[in-house]
Design a protein. Structure first.
Length: 276
């Protein structure tokens, strides 16, 4: 499936151009949203797709030839509800105005053992080896918990998706880099969260996002308990850890926000022209 979220450039024309002579064995579904859906684009993709395992591929990244087959094998062996992998990060000089880009680097340190369990995520947030571009998930991650709610998380998916998966059959991590992730100034994280050159302003946005994600996780945990997906004692422990994390991050966010106010600064909310 190839889906364009109302891109303002020539993306959809390039899609049609690449597919006009395709005569392979695969059924190709092409979708173009009339209006930009943002995070709700994921909901549209789930409605249009029919597979049991969904492997996402962002338009600005480059998948390795064996990415899907490796993910499918790991899924079949592990039975996990979400598969994540390592990736290669590279800076694209054509979209960053750099004369010479740095050498590509692995996103995640292979010496750090990942812990993407439910209780670890409740306490620490998403795993240190998780980024949205690498993810694949089973259909029940949406069938059981429903569509993404843009009123709970308007920008990111890589907190709530692994948390949903941890409430089902868990998260499996592949340390092999299966994706080249392109770094550029129009990346969603840089446009919506790390948008300021001011260190304090960037930290305020960063911790604000952490709070939003944890509130969404807390709501999701309650839904899992209501559906009896987890034992009562597990729910109580995860609930306690999430509330502690929310209080801790609220304190950090509050201190940073007040520090900015003390510097005679204030937040200014402005519209963003973005196809994300």
């Amino acid at each position: 499936m190839i889906s364009d979220d109302a891109s303002p450039d020539g993306t959809f024309d390039k899609i049609k151009e690449r597919l006009q002579d395709y005569n392979g064995s695969h059924k190709v579904i092409v979708n173009r949203n009339p209006n930009n859906l943002g995070i709700s684009h994921y909901n549209k993709l789930m409605a249009l797709s029919s597979g049991e395992l969904i492997v996402i591929a962002h338009g600005d990244d480059i998948s390795m030839p064996d990415r899907v087959s490796t993910i499918v094998s790991a899924w079949q062996e592990s039975g996990a509800s979400l598969i994540a992998s390592n990736a290669i990060h590279f800076v694209d000089p054509t979209v960053t105005n750099l004369k010479q880009a740095p050498e590509p680097w692995r996103m995640f340190d292979s010496e750090i053992l990942p812990d993407n369990s439910l209780l670890s995520q409740a306490m620490n947030g998403r795993g240190k080896n998780i980024t949205g571009a690498t993810l694949a998930w089973t259909r029940d991650v949406f069938d059981i918990f429903g569509d993404f709610d843009p009123n709970r998380s308007a920008v990111t998916t890589d907190w709530i998706l692994p948390f949903r998966a941890a409430l089902l059959n868990g998260v499996h991590y592949i340390d092999s880099p299966l994706l080249n992730v392109r770094q550029h100034s129009d990346q969603k994280f840089r446009v919506w969260i790390a948008f300021s050159d001011n260190e304090g302003a960037q930290a305020e946005s960063f911790f604000g996002n952490r709070l939003m994600q944890r509130h969404y996780m807390l709501e999701t945990l309650g839904l899992a308990a209501k559906k009896r997906l987890i034992r009562k004692d597990v729910y109580e422990k995860a609930n306690s850890l999430l509330i502690q994390a929310i209080l801790l991050n609220t304190g950090r966010w509050s201190n940073i926000r007040n520090g900015l106010l003390n510097q005679k600064m204030r937040p200014v909310w402005t519209p963003i022209e973005s196809d994300q």
